[in-house]
Design a protein around this ligand. Structure first.
Ligand code: SF4
Length: 65
């Protein structure tokens, strides 16, 4: 299982980059905010790619605060 991670909804601008990276993990909700639909839907490497693709750096690993 991948490490736990979360989206800081206050910082998300709904750009969809994380969804493009990992469509099995992220989706945009009705408010155009990224949500995690399946935290186990991608490897840690793919999640890291999504984290690095986020322009507002609002996806975080839990253990990195
Ligand atoms: Fe939101 Fe970041 Fe995903 Fe863009 S990449 S939708 S800002 S969480």
């Amino acid at each position: 299982m991948a490490k736990a991670f979360y989206v800081d909804e206050e910082e998300c601008i709904g750009c969809g980059a994380c969804v493009d990276c990992s469509p099995d993990v992220f989706h945009l909700n009705d408010d155009n905010i990224a949500e995690i639909t399946n935290a186990d839907g991608a490897s840690e490497e793919e999640i890291q790619d999504a984290i690095e693709s986020c322009p507002t750096e609002c996806i975080h690993w839990e253990d990195e605060g």
